[in-house]
Design a protein around this ligand. Structure first.
Ligand SMILES: CC(C)(COP(=O)(O)OP(=O)(O)OC[C@H]1O[C@@H](n2cnc3c(N)ncnc32)[C@H](O)[C@@H]1OP(=O)(O)O)[C@@H](O)C(=O)NCCC(=O)NCCS
Length: 279
């Protein structure tokens, strides 16, 4: 089955609305899409040199993912964990007096996770996400729906990569190769972080967040057509700036403002060296 014919089947069943529920052919088309997403052969967004951001959103793929939600009934399922044989999970009994709340890492169907990816618990990778080779997804990290994560990216503890399914033509968050996303960061609303950039711990980026590049003396912002784009190799740290007018100024208030303090250098490489032994 070609991609074009899968696309037209998905479009047909998506347009069919509630009548697709219970239709075996609609389920077949969705499962074919889900398999292709998991194999990494189809993506919700992909590099495209001709696109203004360098990335193209495949809206029909996102419609296919939404179709899967519409036609899926609720269902139970088994958990499965894989780790080094030298570090099996400990077993506890009620006599130990320890309370362990269930939960942990999970990768949802329809997400692509390349070989060599390491996930520390608890972490979650949602449908339509693409996580490329050698990437580390640390504890409490979230890879939201359709987010695209490149090779050798480090998503540090509690990094939140926002998801976007709807509107279907909305660009997902894209983290390109070799980016370090520091602890407790949040990257949302279609923001693109170019190759090799570093987001220091605690940085938050959204469509509405202006980023001050003190090296190039520029203010980076999303526009109606373009998302916020962090340039290649930028080192972004959380900062603040004074409110310039009105009551905010009178009261000496300031607002959160991420700053590009430098572009990656040898010192940054040293600061971001990963623990290879963990892999
Ligand atoms: C950004 C980071 C990688 C440092 O990069 P670096 O290239 O070594 O940065 P430098 O030390 O040269 O600092 C450059 C400037 O940014 C400032 N800066 C660096 N890190 C900062 C931070 N996290 N917050 C605010 N300012 C910061 C420095 O004070 C310095 O400013 P100055 O030139 O006015 O003194 C590091 O601060 C960081 O956040 N690492 C991620 C840590 C993390 O989340 N680990 C999780 C592992 S699970």
């Amino acid at each position: 089955m070609t991609t074009a014919s899968l696309e037209s089947r998905i479009e047909e069943y998506f347009a069919a609305g509630a009548t697709a529920v219970g239709n075996a052919d609609a389920l077949d088309a969705f499962l074919e899409l889900r398999d292709a997403l998991e194999a990494g052969t189809l993506r919700s967004a992909e590099p495209d040199a001709a696109a203004p951001t360098g990335w193209r959103v495949n809206a029909w793929v996102k419609r296919g993912i939404l179709l899967g939600f519409r036609i899926g009934a609720l269902n139970g399922g088994a958990l499965s964990f894989i780790d080094k044989a030298t570090y099996p999970a400990r077993s506890f009994t009620p006599e130990d007096g320890v309370r362990i709340v269930p939960g942990g890492s999970s990768v949802r169907s329809g997400a692509y996770v390349a070989r060599g990816v390491v996930m520390m618990p608890p972490a979650y990778i949602n449908v339509g996400a693409y996580v490329d080779e050698g990437t580390m997804v640390d504890s409490h990290a979230l890879v939201g729906s359709c987010a695209q994560i490149g090779r050798r990216v480090h998503l540090s503890a509690a990094a939140q990569i926002g998801g976007v399914l709807e509107p279907v033509n909305a660009s997902p968050v894209i983290i390109e190769d070799d980016v370090l996303v520091g602890g407790n960061t949040g990257v949302y609303e279609g923001t693109i972080v170019r190759r090799g950039a570093v987001l220091a711990a605690g940085t938050i980026l959204t469509r509405g967040t202006p980023v001050y590049d003190v090296v190039q003396r520029l203010i980076l912002k999303a526009t109606a057509e373009m998302p916020l784009i962090i340039p290649e190799g930028a080192v972004v740290v959380p900062g603040s700036r004074a409110v310039p007018a009105g009551y905010g100024r009178q009261m000496n208030l300031s607002v959160y403002t991420p700053l590009i303090v430098k572009y990656r250098d040898e010192k940054t490489d040293l600061s971001t060296t990963l623990e290879e032994l963990l892999r």
